[in-house]
Design a binder for this molecule. Structure first.
Ligand code: 3HC
Length: 293
């Protein structure tokens, strides 16, 4: 069934969407990336270009392979161009009003057989599926940052997802080189339900001045052998995303261990979102390099 797949749409080309578009194009699919306006489209295309250039300069891709990938990638500001897409992944900002707008359009524009996947990390896949007239063909396909590198893909199913859809999406995930895991639609799914409270606990240690940010990160890196410490990871993931996940965990379970650290909330309120905003726990200007707890 997957062999028949040809054209994959990716809606939203921020950090995650651009990475997802790259992953599909590298796996041989024809990809059409969609953004809201030309400026956002140029930024998204820039993310993909930068990542592919890095792969070439590191000798991971030949110039010829890169040319093939470029030829399989196209970009548009018109969702109508997804009228013949076989599979669409949505990676727009984490707001239900934006998802409603996107999924309303996708449901109208795409053929009835097209599977619609969301990369949401903090919203209910069930609610997103219910925005369409094809909830049996809507799943979560949750990637991890950086999408071209991280191997996990959570395949999130709802009470409405058909088993055919699950089979196809699981096969697609394998075909793009990811390790799929089957996950139910619960707050945080699996990976974020484990990772984000751990990041939140690190923020608590930091705001209580138990240790410096560097030492908190070093503790985990050196003790557990993870590639980066929790505060560096928070900057990579985006503090707004971490906060959104904490808030849905709290909403769902009302368990005190899921209360967001006050500093996390304040940093998001201040627009200090990590790498994407240029300032987080580390990425700061000279005079404001470290957040004041
Ligand atoms: N895009 C594409 N490729 C990238 C990249 C990016 N943004 N960042 C790094 N890479 C590639 C490099 O090109 C390199 O590839 P190669 O081995 O084929 O040459 C490889 O990744 C390693 O990169 P570096 O040598 O530059 O740096 P590191 O060895 O320090 O690795 C890292 C960087 C891959 C980011 C590593 O530190 C890591 O795995 N960190 C943990 C990331 C993590 O836990 N992500 C999950 C976050 S949770 C999430 O995303 C869920 C969401 O819903 C919130």
């Amino acid at each position: 069934m997957v062999q028949e797949f040809d054209k994959v749409g990716v809606v939203g080309l921020g950090t995650m969407g651009a990475g997802i578009a790259e992953v599909f194009a590298r796996a041989g699919f024809n990809v059409i990336g969609v953004e809201i306006d030309q400026a956002a489209l140029d930024r998204g295309r820039g993310h993909v270009d930068k990542s592919l250039s890095r792969a070439v300069s590191r000798g991971k891709l030949t110039e010829e392979e890169r040319a093939g990938i470029d030829a399989r990638l196209s970009f548009t500001t018109s969702r109508e161009d997804l009228a013949d897409a076989d599979f669409v992944v949505e990676a727009v900002p984490e707001r239900m009003d934006i998802k409603r707008d996107v999924f309303g359009d996708l449901d109208r524009i795409c053929p009835p057989g097209t599977i619609l996947a969301t990369n949401t990390s903090s919203l209910s896949v069930t609610e997103i599926a219910a925005l369409t007239g094809r909830p049996d063909k809507v799943v979560g396909l949750h990637f991890f940052n950086p999408a071209p590198v991280m191997k996990l893909a959570e395949v999130i199913t709802t009470v409405s997802t058909s088993s055919d859809t699950v089979d196809v999406v699981t096969e697609v995930a394998k075909r793009i080189g990811k390790t799929p895991i089957a996950v139910g639609d619960r707050a945080g799914f699996v990976a974020n339900a484990l990772l984000v409270p751990y990041i939140n606990d690190a923020v608590r240690l930091y705001e209580r001045k138990v240790a410096s940010r560097e030492d908190i990160d070093a503790a985990v890196q050196k003790a557990a052998g993870l590639p980066m410490g929790p505060l560096t990871l928070a900057d990579l993931v985006g503090l707004d995303v971490c906060l959104a996940v904490m808030d849905v965990l709290w909403e769902e379970y009302r368990d005190p261990r899921y209360v967001a650290a006050p500093l996390l909330r304040r940093m998001v309120a201040a627009g200090r979102l990590g790498r994407k905003s240029g300032q987080g726990f580390y990425a700061g200007t000279e005079d404001q390099a470290e957040p004041r707890p």
